[in-house]
Design a protein around this ligand. Structure first.
Ligand SMILES: *Cc1c(COP(=O)(O)O)cnc(C)c1O
Length: 438
């Protein structure tokens, strides 16, 4: 039976109070934070939609596994448990634990990169690009054309433009390509999914040119949900099998377990090739730790082993994707302009069209971020010229292409009434905007 209400497929065993503040107090807190949400104290935030990274609520199974954490320096049974879970999921032979995603990126892309190397992605996430560029290499994004139109519906707006991929490999020379990186879902592109068909084409092209193909798989479970529901031929394939199929197309992956690992800290590198894994292992030991913990405590590895299995639970995934969609659809119906369709982990609002009366050099996105906090204690993040803008020699803003505000939804943290509250805050903001325009 299909019910209209998306209930949380869990009940609450432990609660964390959140602080209710007044608008006057928040005006003061925001001033003190220099209008920068990253400088706010989290205790002054009512609903925290800054990021979905590391903010998940863990299950009672994860917490109980943590007590069983084995903190041995070498050969910890928690490591063996996590390693076998990751091997089973990814199919890769070589697993390297890291304290979070970017540590894996620094190791892998630091090793593969360097001056003259080129990395190609649907869209490099910020830390991915930073690690590649820091090595002296170049990072090129080639999302499909459809991704550039916020309101256009496309079932897999996270796809890579594989014709451009082929062209770029020919232009730059296969020997100069550090790796091709498919980010699933495409975080910087609005949390949009990548189809299996696209991953297959990318894989074929990489094989043909003998280029390394890496998955940035932070949200591979959310991506699998979309494939089962939107791509022909996958209706009866389980989410986990879909993810496994995608891993099988690649040569390795980098994961921030702070997303679909359902943990607050952790990550890993998983690789097919022995020689590449050996080189990365040497780098791992320098900064992360010994090969059987890599910056993680035994209890962290226990939590990740359980989280990586729980995230593929069909009831959880349905609730996860549908509840993010619910917020987006409600806002859209109210007339809030946003990236369409709604992505898996966040709703992206087009602040430039919402606040069309605010000039770009007065940061419409940041204005909305501040307004959400003042009116409702909601913390969000600007993804526009405050984050990515540059200044010319005269100090004039060179605006970023997008003026977005992201509402990222932590996993299993907020209930439907929290989300209804967020919607109500938007109603008040829209009312105020209409009054101002009159
Ligand atoms: C979060 C994220 C990373 C980096 O992971 P951290 O755990 O934050 O270091 C890399 N790629 C993508 C797509 C991400 O979302």
């Amino acid at each position: 039976m299909n019910f209209r209400t998306i209930i949380e497929p869990f009940k609450i065993k432990s609660v964390e109070p959140i602080s209710v503040t007044t608008e006057d107090q928040r005006t003061h807190f925001l001033e003190e934070a220099f209008y920068n949400p990253f400088k706010l104290k989290s205790e002054h935030v009512l609903i925290d939609l800054l990021t979905d990274s590391g903010t998940s609520a863990m299950s009672s199974k994860q917490w109980s596994a943590m007590l069983d954490g084995d903190e041995a320096y070498a050969g910890s049974k928690s490591w063996l448990r996590m390693e076998s879970e990751i091997k089973d999921l990814t199919g890769f032979e070589h697993i390297l634990p890291t304290h979070q995603g970017r540590a894996g990126e620094r190791i892998l892309y630091g090793y593969l990169g360097g001056k003259g190397k080129v990395f190609i992605s649907n869209t490099h996430f910020d830390t991915t690009r930073a690690n590649i560029e820091f090595s002296g290499a170049e990072a090129i994004d080639i999302p499909i054309e459809e991704s550039q139109h916020p309101l256009l519906y496309h079932p897999f707006k996270g796809d890579m433009d594989f014709l451009k991929l082929e062209q770029l490999i020919k232009e730059r020379g296969a020997e100069n390509i550090g790796a091709v990186i498919l980010t699933v879902t495409n975080n910087s592109g609005g949390g949009q999914p990548v189809s299996m068909h696209n991953a297959e084409r990318v894989s074929e092209i990489c094989k043909q040119h003998n280029v390394l193909f890496i998955l940035d798989c932070c949200r591979i479970a959310e991506n699998a949900y979309y494939i089962q529901h939107r791509e022909a031929g996958f209706e009866n394939v389980s989410y986990r099998e879909i993810a496994q199929k995608m891993f099988a197309l690649s040569d390795g992956c980098v994961m921030s377990a702070k997303k679909d690992g359902l943990v607050n800290m952790g990550g890993f590198l998983a690789l097919k090739d022995q020689a590449l894994s050996d080189a990365c292992t040497n780098l791992l030991i320098i900064t992360e730790g010994f090969v059987t913990y890599g910056g993680l405590s035994g209890r962290d590895m226990e939590a990740m082993a359980v989280g990586l299995r729980e995230v593929f639970d069909p009831d959880y995934l349905r609730y996860r994707i549908r509840s993010t969609e619910y917020l987006g659809e409600k806002l859209f119906k109210m007339g809030v302009p946003l990236i369409w369709p709604i992505g898996g982990h966040a709703v992206y609002i087009d602040a430039k069209s919402l606040y069309s009366h605010i000039p770009v050099d007065q940061y419409p996105g940041q204005a909305l971020v501040c307004e959400l906090y003042l009116k409702g204690g909601i913390r969000s993040v600007e993804i526009g010229s405050v984050m990515f803008g540059k200044y010319d020699d005269n100090g004039k803003l060179i605006p970023a292409p997008n003026k977005l505000v992201r509402l990222a939804i932590p996993r299993r943290v907020y209930t439907q009434s929290h989300i209804e509250y967020v919607i109500e805050v938007f109603e008040k903001i829209l009312e105020k905007r209409i009054q101002q325009e009159d």
